[in-house]
Design a protein around this ligand. Structure first.
Ligand code: MG
Length: 378
């Protein structure tokens, strides 16, 4: 029985993780859950899973409303739960920079992590890589593109990989020109054509910041140079990503847009588990698949991500912090869609570069980027 501690339990990935756990009660046991502020949903999960030892809630004021005897609250709740829970695998499905610390703490404790929190690698990739090496622990990707790559790598030697090809749907505005982007609203941005996801990642898909993050994530997960990581536009999101080998054989992983597959592959690797899906991909019934060269002029954030990734240091933390803040301002309708990009570009230009940042310095870089973006639009 694998004991799972789940961070971000009431988010989109968190709830689907619980679904996978509930479908396989003979394999998994939920032993800890942490959420930000959705008390009612958290209490429902606690009621259904008597195996839960510890509960965390980010928002202090809800602590007394949680129906459990062991509750941690506040900014430190995730780390408190990690330190006070007997678990085998951490599922980190938190959104944002705040997910980095729990990843590091769990790895240092010798516990593997199934990772949906891409910021752990975007902001703290160098620290995570070093910690993995020191502790002999493992990261299992939950992000659909990285899960696809991970699946395509099975049985092959990474040294025989020519390149990774990450597919990108193009987001909500893939048919719009940059000129047309000046006018787009929050409501339009939140309508993703293929995937139903949280708000931030939906905005990040439209700006292509998300794909940029995924390039950096792939670099750290698979240890390949940026020259070996490509992106391609693929509007149907059926091919979740590909691996090209040195003999030009290309392996692709295909399927419908159901995140439970990457989740269950990550938490029960290398085994595959049955999955009840209403509309599995069927090649005989599906529309044509299209692939188009990535357009870096149309999506400048992706080009910037390659630059940031190559320079390493604290720039990933700045990139992410600026984006988190800018997306928040955009969702509050305080800045326009294109001002998200402008915020990030300026933050990267103005940031003080630190080549080998400590965790503390990453935290400072993150905070600096947020304050910088806020001050831009005050
Ligand atoms: Mg993804």
């Amino acid at each position: 029985m694998k004991r799972i501690l789940l961070l971000g339990a009431t988010g989109s990935i968190g709830l689907q993780t619980i679904d996978v756990i509930e479908q396989h009660p003979d394999l998994f046991e939920l032993v800890g859950v942490v959420a930000g502020n959705k008390v009612q949903q958290l209490n429902e999960i606690i009621e259904k899973h008597p195996s839960i030892q510890v509960v965390g809630i980010g928002n202090e004021q809800f602590k007394d409303q949680i129906h459990h005897k062991k509750v941690y609250s506040g900014n430190h709740a995730m780390v408190d739960c990690i330190e006070n829970c007997d678990y085998d695998l951490l599922v980190n499905a938190v959104v944002g920079f705040r997910g980095l610390k729990p990843t590091l703490v769990s790895l240092k404790k010798g516990k593997d992590v199934a990772l949906a929190n891409k910021e752990s690698l975007v902001a703290g990739g160098m620290l995570v890589r070093q910690t993995l090496k020191e502790t002999n622990t493992k990261l299992y990707p939950i992000d659909s593109e990285h899960s696809a790559i991970f699946q395509c790598l099975q049985g092959n030697d990474i040294s025989q990989v020519k390149r990774l090809i990450i597919t990108a749907s193009g987001g909500s505005f893939r048919d719009k020109t940059r000129e047309e982007l000046k006018e787009v609203t929050v409501e339009q941005t939140l309508k993703h054509p293929n995937w139903s996801m949280g708000k931030r990642i939906t905005v990040d898909s439209a700006t292509m910041v998300n794909k940029g993050f995924e390039v950096i994530e792939a670099h750290f997960l698979f240890g390949l140079d940026y020259d070996q990581i490509d992106t391609v536009l693929h509007q149907e999101s059926i091919v979740h990503s590909m691996v090209e080998y040195i003999d030009h054989a290309i392996m692709a992983q295909m399927g419908s847009a159901d995140m439970r597959l990457p989740i269950q592959y990550a938490i029960q690797y290398p085994d595959r588990l049955s999955l009840k899906e209403e509309h599995p991909f069927d090649a005989t019934k599906t529309i044509n698949l299209h692939f188009k060269e990535m357009d870096f002029e149309r999506y400048p954030m992706l080009r910037l991500a390659y630059e940031v990734g190559r320079k390493e240091g604290n720039l990933g933390a700045v990139f992410n912090g600026a984006d988190e803040q800018a997306v928040e301002l955009f969702l509050e309708e305080k800045i326009s869609f294109l001002q998200i990009e402008e915020s990030i570009e300026k933050a990267i230009q103005q940031a003080q570069y630190i080549e080998y940042p400590s965790y503390q310095q990453l935290e400072e870089s993150d905070l600096w980027a947020r304050e910088f973006v806020k001050s831009l639009w005050d």
